[in-house]
Ligand binder design. Structure first.
Ligand code: TPP
Ligand code: MG
Length: 654
């Protein structure tokens, strides 16, 4: 007897309810509700090869409703991916099982991105769809021709970020993006009518999307809706009307199935309801075989693609791009040599643009952009033409005022591969995209954040625009490398280090105001995170540690102290994270125990004790800024040679 789609879908249901029951934790409702839609997708539409999870031209599938992680684990196992194994699923949510509570890209190859923070999966999928069109423009239909599919829940479509994401996707005409909405009208608190009366479909239509509806439990109707989506050249939303927890006879359709085990009794009742007689974690051979066949559906497509790749002149370049290797080149060395010959007194945001001019000219992987602050973030270069519906070959994205959407889209591009995304906004608005920055770090993606106007030095725009706590709060994110360069040389070095940092995101905090060039060497000193910019001339009494725009001030303070006979080192510390990674002799040499250590940074002082110790002095700003010209503000907040030297002298005398 041939296996039916219903039996295949029920295999997802059984694995989901049994794994959640065994873990005594998890979310059975979503995978049981969307099992039928997922079965249609995996057995008829999705282009993938379970034996080659990283095939570059595979379709990308994003489970934006990440709490339904068992849907991902079940489909991966059933369709024949090497991981997860059935034992991994048995150990769902246990320590060291790759079947984590929410899907993590670092745990399983078939998981394209880490989801769980609602809305961000959809926004990352937009980035993946951008990457696909861009690489298609560069490498052609023969090599890049795939789709991006998303399963999103009511929650994903309520979070504000979804609106940023769909606005961008509609504007860019990303017609190869299909969102399957689990339209079950239930969230944790109960019916969606408790909190929303929005016409979601009208909103998507207004954003330039094609919208379909279907009965999410009718296999033919699901296929009909997907066919309609594929025939339309706009991005598509398919509202799949479903029953959350479908198959659990007493609990389906209620929020009780959302995030708790069904309970032994209800699991038994669901077995009867579904006609599922196998014990937990046991899939009947014929059902498993049908799934495994589905997992090989694209075998021929993949072999044909490999043949086309072998015959294609761009083969090596595509392989390099997808691996994320940087090409050999001297663009940065030549640029640095130019700076040494002709020192530049420019804002570090301008220095970043100068470095980018050199790098973007030789590194096609870089796709830049800004959240409507292009002229302030200095992110656009001559080589990066606008990316648009009519020119997907462009390398500059006008994200509009969508910081969170931009950051998530950059994650999607990096995850897709072939692209190194960078994007800008004001440092103070890093908070608007903070959870996506966190996901760049968690997902270990090379995303480069260009955050300008990095202190009170931006002046007149005032405290709403002046970052104070931001450097500290960003440094608190694990696996994010924060750079605050002090001049044009360090800025170039920090760009080079960001490009090399392929295991995580980097963030460049850049000044609005001009800064003198303090270095005359190209020794890549920023790679150490902190280094001695100036050694004490008199007997060393103290070490001044500064970052970014305050390094110039530290040099002046040191000069004054030396005039008074006090020896002072100046340490420039563009990156805490890289300094912390140095060996202890190096760190001890830069920050010797016996000296007074003084930090100078135009931000909160919290955290600097790590380097200055409990006896140190921390010059910073532990309150909000004010609206005034930058020079007046620095003076007002005590960032003057006179004020700092007198505080140091008082401390040394006490
Ligand atoms: C940004 C964010 N906020 C809150 C949560 C907690 N949370 C997880 S699922 C959920 C409800 C989601 O509802 P829906 O998407 O409709 O999922 P369903 O109940 O239908 O499975 C919430 C609030 C989260 N994961 N992410
Ligand atoms: Mg729901």
């Amino acid at each position: 007897m041939t296996v039916t789609a219903q039996q295949m879908a029920n295999a997802i249901r059984a694995l989901s309810m049994d794994a959640v029951q065994a873990a005594n934790s998890g979310h059975p409702g979503m995978p049981m509700g969307m099992a039928d839609v997922a079965t249609v997708l995996y057995t008829k539409y999705l282009k993938y090869d379970a034996s080659a999870p990283k095939w570059p031209d595979r379709d990308r599938f994003v489970l934006s409703a990440g709490h339904g992680s068992m849907l991902a684990y079940a489909t991966l196992y059933l369709s024949g991916y090497a991981k997860p194994t059935i034992d991994d699923i048995r150990n769902f949510r246990r320590l060291h099982s790759p079947c984590a509570g929410h899907p993590e890209n670092t745990e399983l190859e078939g998981v394209e991105c880490t989801t769980g923070p609602l809305g961000q999966g959809l926004a990352m999928a937009v980035g993946m769809a951008i990457a696909e069109r861009h690489l298609n423009a560069e490498f052609g239909d023969e090599l890049v021709d795939h789709r991006t599919w998303v399963i999103a829940g009511d929650g994903c479509l309520m979070e504000g970020i979804n609106h940023e994401a769909i606005g961008l996707a509609g504007h860019l005409g990303l017609g190869r993006l299909v969102v399957l909405w689990d339209d079950n009208k239930i969230t944790i608190d109960g019916a969606t009518s408790l909190s929303t009366s929005e016409d979601v479909k009208a909103r998507f239509t207004a954003a330039g999307w094609h919208v379909e509806s279907c009965d999410g439990h009718d296999f033919d109707d699901i296929s009909r809706a997907i066919d309609a989506a594929l025939a339309d050249d706009r991005p598509s939303l398919i509202a799949c009307k479903t029953l959350i927890g479908k198959g659990a006879p007493n609990k389906q359709g209620t929020s009780a199935t959302h995030g708790s085990p069904l309970g032994a009794e209800e699991v038994a009742a669901a077995r009867t309801e579904l006609g599922w007689t196998s014990p937990p974690f046991d899939i009947p051979d014929d059902v498993l075989q049908a799934w495994r066949n589905a997992g090989r559906r694209s075998d021929k497509a993949k072999i044909d693609w490999e043949n086309r790749l072998s015959a294609n002149a761009k083969k090596d370049e595509l392989n390099r791009r997808m691996k994320g290797d940087l090409p050999d080149g001297h663009a940065m060395a030549d640029y640095l040599a130019g700076l040494i010959a002709n020192p530049a007194k420019v804002a570090t945001r301008k220095a970043s643009e100068m470095a980018l001019e050199a790098i973007t000219a030789v590194l096609p992987d870089l796709v830049g952009g800004s959240a409507d602050l292009t002229g302030s973030n200095n992110t656009k270069t001559k080589s990066t033409l606008p990316f648009s519906k009519t020119n997907y070959g462009g390398r500059y994205i006008y994200y509009g005022i969508r910081e969170f959407g931009m950051a998530a889209a950059m994650n999607g591009m990096a995850l897709h591969g072939g692209i190194i995304p960078y994007g800008g906004t004001f440092l103070v608005f890093s908070d608007y995209c903070r959870n996506a920055i966190r996901l760049s770090a968690l997902q270990r993606q090379r995303v480069i954040y260009v955050m300008t106007h990095d202190s009170i030095g931006l002046g007149e725009d005032g405290p709403t625009h002046q970052p104070v706590e931001h450097l500290l709060s960003l440094r608190a994110i694990p696996n994010l490398t924060v750079f605050r360069p002090c001049d044009a040389i360090e800025t170039a070095e920090c760009w080079a280090l960001s490009l090399k940092n392929d295991g995580g995101p980097s963030l460049l905090a850049l000044s609005r105001q001009n800064l003198p060039q303090l270095r005359g060497d190209a020794d890549m000193k920023s790679a150490r995170g902190a280094y001695r910019l100036k050694a004490a001339e008199n007997a060393r009494k103290l070490v001044l540690i500064a970052t970014g725009s305050e390094v110039e001030l530290a040099m002046k303070v040191a000069e004054k102290l030396e005039d008074d006979g006090l020896g002072a080192d100046v340490v420039s510390m563009p990156s805490w994270e890289l300094f912390d990674a140095q060996d202890s002799p190096y760190r001890a040499d830069i920050l010797p125990v016996e000296t007074l250590k003084v930090s100078i940074e135009a931000g909160v002082t919290l955290g600097w004790e790590r380097y200055t110790g409990s006896d140190g002095l921390n010059i910073g700003i532990d309150r909000f800024g004010a609206s005034a010209p930058a020079e007046a503000l620095f003076d007002h907040f005590g960032f003057s040679v006179e004020h700092i030297t007198s505080r140091i002298q008082a401390r040394l005398e006490s």
